[in-house]
Design a protein around this ligand. Structure first.
Ligand SMILES: C[S@@+](CC[C@H](N)C(=O)[O-])C[C@H]1O[C@@H](n2cnc3c(N)ncnc32)[C@H](O)[C@@H]1O
Length: 465
């Protein structure tokens, strides 16, 4: 699809697509050599589209921040940057406009202790054992007639009282689970309070085991990476006479908690904010001050939404149903469907909004996808996006350029996994713009580029903290 906008002249369009050479920053991309699950076990809590490998964030956190510094990601997604920052003794702050991303980030940077999580799970089991009959009956009714009027269920996070609201269950949700598993999920979904730290952690952990192709998942209807289109799911289930095996929610969650707490939670607590990246500075600084911490970030590692690639609500509809979020409202709110010019204007606004939250010597690392095709369709505006982001978004806002680093291998792997071979070209290269908030930030970025990084996990320097 052409990125040409109504109103853009041919000359403007051409100017936007011409290559632009930028200086390279010599940063050995050692993050590509690390194991897929390198880093803290909270990182893979739940799959999230277009997320960073944790090792990539470590390459910058280790170089450009010290323990006690604030490290910010205004588009935090599953929370990779803030979690890795907390795990390295920094104050990790994540912000995202997607409530599902906010939930994952909050679960990771403000987690309960292992004992709190285990105690809450035990309470849930007891409450289930005491009142399972009604939920099992409801699960069976919904399974048989999901959209019928007599099969309505309490809303997520309600008291299970009709006064709190009831809703029908989408047919695709009902056919994804064994009726008994569905009864347990309806109980857990109604009971967990997402504004409680421990409940939120359990809910986030459950989203990570909701669907996937092995016995550790509650439904094998879909892969773990993302939810298949509802129509596809209905047809697939009918064609294959799909019947989900029975899976015990409490057992599955208990095993998931064991995996998550294989290492202790990060010692440093971070912050998770819900809102638009363009006004993150005021909210982040107020929240940091309120908790008695420094209120400016010394490092930002972030990746703004890519050009026309991901619908975070639609591709997570089963998870958003479980959490009680509206997938359509999420996609209507998020900035992920821009053509090139408005996209660059958006990145510029985000960088302008970010500046008051930065120290003068802050380093800002922007990972930008160079998009050639979106699920097989050509996108003309994708190539050279990082260069344009510098020219049209960062430079006009007063940032200083240290250079561009490349991450082609990781990007190819990531997108191929998502869309299959044909669409493996969706993101050709991740280009990483390394910026300074001022000249002193730029110098710091250049000086740190050649530093040797400890890739052992947990890093030796932290073991003694
Ligand atoms: C490429 S993803 C970031 C992934 C992240 N680096 C990770 O490791 O998970 C971009 C994120 O931007 C978020 N987003 C889109 N529009 C936004 C906006 N206006 N303000 C804040 N976040 C936004 C999306 O929800 C998505 O999580």
């Amino acid at each position: 699809m052409s990125a040409r906008r109504a109103g853009a002249t041919a000359a403007e369009q051409l100017a936007l697509e011409l290559p632009l050479e930028l200086p390279a920053i010599t940063l050995a991309p050692e993050w590509k050599d690390q194991q897929r699950l390198w880093g803290h076990p909270f990182h893979p809590m739940c799959s999230y589209l277009a997320s960073f490998p944790a090792a990539l964030t470590h390459a910058f956190i280790a170089r450009y921040s010290r323990p006690g510094d604030v490290v910010l990601d205004p588009f935090s997604g599953r929370g990779t940057t803030p979690l890795q920052a907390c795990a390295e003794g920094r104050i990790g702050v994540g912000n995202d406009l997607n409530p599902f991303a906010h939930l994952l980030t909050a679960a990771k940077v403000e987690p309960p202790t292992r004992a709190q999580a285990a105690t809450r799970l035990a309470q849930l089991r007891l409450a289930w054992n005491a009142g399972s009959a009604g939920w099992l009956e409801l699960g069976a009714r919904v399974f048989a007639h999901p959209t019928a009027g007599d099969a309505v269920v309490p809303r997520a996070g309600s008291t299970a009282s009709p006064a709190d609201g009831i809703e029908a269950v989408p047919a695709e949700v009902a056919l994804a689970f064994h009726p008994r598993t569905l009864g347990q999920l309806l109980f857990v979904r109604t009971t967990l309070r997402l504004d409680d730290r421990t409940d939120r952690f359990l809910a986030a952990a459950l989203t990570g085991i909701l669907h996937g192709k092995s016995a550790s998942y509650l439904s094998e209807l879909m892969p773990n990476t993302f939810s298949m289109a509802p129509r596809y799911v209905r047809n697939f289930a009918a064609r294959t006479a799909f019947a989900s095996p029975e899976r015990d929610v409490f057992e599955g969650l208990s095993k998931k908690l064991d995996r998550l707490f294989r290492q202790p939670p990060p010692r440093t607590q971070g912050l998770a904010l819900l809102g638009d990246a363009r006004d993150v500075a005021g909210r982040a600084r107020a929240a940091l001050r309120a908790s008695g911490r420094p209120d400016r970030a010394r490092l930002v590692v972030t990746s703004p939404p890519y050009l026309r690639v991901v619908k975070y609500g639609y591709y997570n509809w089963l998870r958003t149903w479980f959490l009680g979020f509206d997938a359509r409202a999420i996609d209507a709110a998020l900035d992920d469907a821009h053509h090139r010019k408005p996209y660059l204007a958006f990145v510029r606004e985000a960088l302008a909004g970010l500046r008051p939250a930065l120290t003068d010597d802050a380093v800002v690392v922007l990972v930008i996808g160079d998009v050639l095709t979106d699920r097989g369709r050509q996108i003309r505006g994708g190539v050279g996006l990082a260069e344009r982001a510098w020219e049209m978004a960062a430079e006009p806002e007063g940032y200083r350029l240290a250079g561009v680093a490349l991450d082609d291998v990781a990007a190819g792997r990531k997108m191929t996994k998502l869309w299959g071979d044909e669409a493996g070209r969706a993101t050709k290269t991740d280009r990483i713009l390394v910026l300074g908030a001022t000249e002193s930030g730029r110098r710091r970025a250049l000086a740190g580029a050649g530093l040797d990084i400890d890739w052992s996990w947990p890093p030796r320097a932290l073991r003694s903290l």
